[in-house]
Design a protein around this ligand. Structure first.
Ligand SMILES: Nc1ncnc2c1ncn2[C@@H]1O[C@H](COP(=O)(O)OP(=O)(O)OP(=O)(O)O)[C@@H](O)[C@H]1O
Ligand SMILES: O=C(O)[C@H](O)COP(=O)(O)O
Length: 401
């Protein structure tokens, strides 16, 4: 796959870099703070390499899932400021993605300077399912640059304008971050040392339930935590109260449970749950049995007994892939399940990979040393889809020259 050197002499060239700068933010709307800058730090080496080579670097990225129109709550302005600090150079910020501000900011860049465009998802064309609409937006993005570098590993599973279509319109190359991530994940797919244990959690339930299908043929054990738990519990006939639930996935989940039993893959579900009366209500947090969730409460973490059981299930693992926090780790009352899994991973003798923006943030904000894990991937959904063996549109598009 073509790396940055394939783009030739970059001096004076405008290079559009797609990074994944989707970081967690917290605080009041007018003073949002980045709570974990891991994805920004991971994006720095490629941006710096391009700037050092004399390119005029134009960074495009998304933050969250706005509805295709500008929304101040999802502005990349704080991210651009942090990028400037990490690069130790001024980073210009365009107040739009392809409009007058972007044109002016990019036009004013000197060789070696860097600009960040406003959230690419403020434009409906970015995520449109309509090829023509996405293509029209990609045309506008491509007009801002002479070359394209794909470095946002966390989004390479998205067939979106700034990830996929723009690569068809400009000379392109794979960035260092995408190349590194794929190298590590390849080790998990080719010859994982066994036992191979996969831990799944998080809140993007519908995105992630599907991966179980494929993992049933690959992993020896699947540990299920986070928001995904409740669709399993409901499928087993239990009350889940107001917890996250994908009702229409119940038949799929029942099929997974049956196939796991048939093929000898162990699916480990929590036996106790930390519930609360309302989302984030730490004062009402209490532990209940997983088959006795009160109708009026919602599950926000796996319980202590489950944390222990998950740690035991991980103890003899030689390969572990973990995606998705076990609970709402951002609040202390619901962070212990995630802590238990992270702690268990630090003790395994083989390769441990933590994948996902929030999972990686959880590990760091709970105070774990990154070096205690084999690899911390910036991609959640992207790494899961890679492990499933699915085609990543943002990678395959780079193969076509
Ligand atoms: N039981 C639960 N109910 C609701 N939210 C939950 C629950 N358990 C975990 N979460 C939330 O899941 C979020 C992370 O989920 P997500 O699926 O996005 O993880 P990720 O794969 O690490 O990140 P990404 O896919 O964005 O890279 C966290 O913000 C956490 O609070
Ligand atoms: O957080 C992520 O996994 C990536 O930034 C992709 O975000 P998305 O799931 O909203 O496409």
């Amino acid at each position: 796959m073509a790396d940055l050197s394939s783009l030739g002499d970059l001096r004076g060239k405008r290079v559009l870099v797609r990074s994944d700068l989707n970081v967690p933010l917290d605080g009041p709307a007018d003073d949002l703070r980045i709570t974990d800058d891991g994805r920004i730090r991971a994006s720095v080496p490629t941006i710096k390499a391009l700037a050092d080579a004399g390119a005029r670097v134009v960074v495009t990225a998304h933050l969250g899932r706005p509805s295709g129109a500008p929304d101040a709550a999802y502005s990349l302005a704080p991210v651009a400021a942090r990028l400037g600090e990490l690069l130790a150079q001024d980073v210009a910020f365009a107040a739009d993605t392809v409009g007058d501000s972007a044109t002016a900011v990019v036009g004013a860049l000197a060789d070696g300077q860097v600009a960040v465009l406003e959230n690419v998802r403020f434009n409906a064309g970015e995520t449109s399912k309509d090829d023509a609409e996405r293509g029209a937006f990609a045309d506008q993005l491509a007009a801002l640059a002479d070359a394209f570098v794909s470095d946002g590993f966390g989004v390479v599973h998205r067939k979106q304008a700034s990830v996929y279509d723009v690569a068809q319109r400009l000379p392109h190359a794979m960035g260092n971050l995408v190349a590194t991530e794929i190298d590590v994940l390849r080790r998990l797919t080719e010859t994982p040392e066994r036992p191979y244990v996969v831990v799944l959690g998080g809140s993007k339930v519908s995105d992630k339930l599907g991966v179980i299908d494929n993992l049933l043929g690959k992993a020896d054990k699947l540990l299920i935590g986070g928001g995904m738990v409740f669709t399993f519990l409901k499928a087993q006939g239990h009350e889940v109260g107001k917890s996250l639930l994908e009702e229409d996935q119940i038949p799929t989940v029942l099929d997974y449970l049956k196939r796991a039993a048939d093929t000898g893959v162990e699916i480990v579900l929590p036996t106790d749950i930390v519930v609360a009366d309302a989302f984030g209500d730490e004062a009402s947090a209490r532990v209940v049995a997983a088959d006795a969730i009160p109708a009026e409460s919602l599950g926000l973490d796996i319980g202590p007994e489950s944390g222990k059981a998950f740690a035991e299930a991980l103890a003899d693992a030689k390969t572990v892939f973990w995606n998705g926090p076990m609970g709402v780790f951002e609040q202390a009352a619901f962070a212990e399940g995630t802590r238990a899994v992270a702690q268990a991973l630090t003790g395994i003798s083989g390769l441990s990979v933590v994948g996902g923006g929030d999972s990686a943030a959880a590990v760091r904000t709970l105070g774990f040393d990154e070096a205690a894990f084999g690899h911390i991937s910036t991609g959640g959904g992207a790494s899961l889809e890679y492990l499933e063996g699915r085609e990543l549109p943002g990678v395959t598009v780079l193969e076509a020259r």
